[in-house]
Design a protein around this ligand. Structure first.
Ligand code: FAD
Length: 346
């Protein structure tokens, strides 16, 4: 966001392509600098892959999301646009609770006491597994959280003898949830970055933040209002199909010229624009090399009397990895959201 703010100095008008969370974060940052921003969004709604969808008159999300305390910039931007994280998000200490009785919960103690208490006090985690996890984290810290390039999470866990419930109930589910990639293919370095920023930083960083409202109200809608209140425009249903470098900036859709353009589409969508900007060949090659993984949220409507023992419950060895009780999160009672992350036997 600092770099986007730097872009703002001396600009007359900026365009942002995409009104997902990234595009709106860029637009808010530019608008704050006094830049006139125009946001182009191809679809008719705000929020991109983290947006509200209404089904049979009930406001749901396109996918169940969990934020963590380490998302400091997101929380800062929410506050800036008037969306109070304290009111809109349920903040829970880090907790992994499974239907089969496995339960790990970090108490509200300073780091690392919170993590040690969580590991050594976990139900169905042996003392030697808790010790193994502690050694693993100490060893990662000693290496400054750097691992060999191209190392997979499976290899990393093998090398550190992370086995049993520690592996199947803690590390592997954390990897699949955070990276949405099966452990055999997930990058150990990215996983280690998540552990560094989430688990082994200040206690608040590991907190789980679950929306008490739909995702649209959480940030995209107040962000759009913030931009409009500062003279910006949010154009829904207006895809950018053409972008050309011209003297003084970039011409979009053969029409208006902007001093700068922030392309904030997903990587699967950005290629069609990057290919028109030869200076960005390197970025285009990088995103062309990406592979993609599925993620699905399945909403299950039960009688109102049905609820889970916790807002978020893990299931091991089944189809869905996590089930959320939307009734406990401000939604209709009896409504469960089952999350199925990444490809695999499930
Ligand atoms: C089911 C699901 C569950 C998830 N769960 C989590 C979670 O628990 N925690 C978490 O942190 N993340 C989660 N994610 C990931 C998170 O939603 C995304 O990382 C994030 O929303 C990406 O935001 P973005 O703004 O970068 O891209 P996007 O949300 O993809 O936004 C890009 C926008 O650009 C628009 N666009 C594309 N091309 C053009 C064009 N040519 N012109 C104009 N507009 C265009 C698109 O319509 C879209 O609105 C989940 C994602 C899904 C799908």
């Amino acid at each position: 966001m600092d770099r986007v703010a730097d872009l703002g100095h001396g600009l007359s008008g900026a365009a942002v392509v995409g009104a997902g969370w990234a595009g709106l974060a860029a637009a808010v940052t530019l608008a704050e600098q006094g830049v006139r921003v125009t946001v182009f969004e191809a679809s008719r709604s705000l929020g991109g892959r983290a947006r509200r969808v209404s089904i049979d008159g009930v406001d749901l999300d396109n996918g169940q999301h969990v934020l963590v305390g380490a998302y400091r910039e997101t929380l800062r931007l929410m506050l800036k646009v008037g969306a109070d994280p304290g009111a809109l998000l349920l903040r829970l200490p880090f907790e992994l609770r499974y239907a089969d009785g496995f339960h790990l919960r970090a108490p509200r103690l300073p780091y690392p006491l919170n993590l040690l208490a969580a590991l050594f006090g976990a139900r169905k985690l042996t003392f030697s597994e808790a010790l193994g996890a502690t050694r693993f984290l100490i060893s990662l810290r000693a290496r400054n959280f750097r691992v060999l390039p191209d190392c997979s999470v499976t290899r990393l866990l093998d090398e550190h003898a992370q086995a049993g419930a520690l592996r199947t109930r803690v590390w592997e589910p954390l990897c699949v949830s955070a990276l949405n990639t099966p452990v055999e293919r997930a990058s150990a370095q990215i996983f280690v970055n998540v552990l560094r920023d989430g688990l082994t930083a200040a206690r608040e960083a590991s907190d789980l933040l679950i929306a008490r409202t739909d995702l649209g109200r959480l940030f995209p809608e107040p962000a759009a209002e913030y931009v409009k209140a500062r003279g910006g425009a949010i154009l829904l249903g207006v895809p950018v199909r053409r972008v050309a470098r011209v003297p003084g900036g970039f011409r979009l859709n053969d029409a208006e010229i902007f001093s700068c353009v922030v392309i904030a589409c997903g990587p699967h969508q950005a290629g069609q624009l990057l290919v028109q900007l030869p200076a960005l060949d390197e970025a285009l090659s990088a995103i062309n090399a990406f592979a993609y993984e599925p993620i699905v949220t399945c909403y299950l409507k039960y009688p109102e009397s049905v609820s889970l023992p916790a807002p978020m419950l893990g299931f091991s060895g089944g189809i869905a990895q996590w089930v959320f009780d939307r009734g406990r999160l401000g939604g209709p009672k009896g409504l469960l959201a089952a999350v199925i992350s990444a490809s695999g036997a499930h």
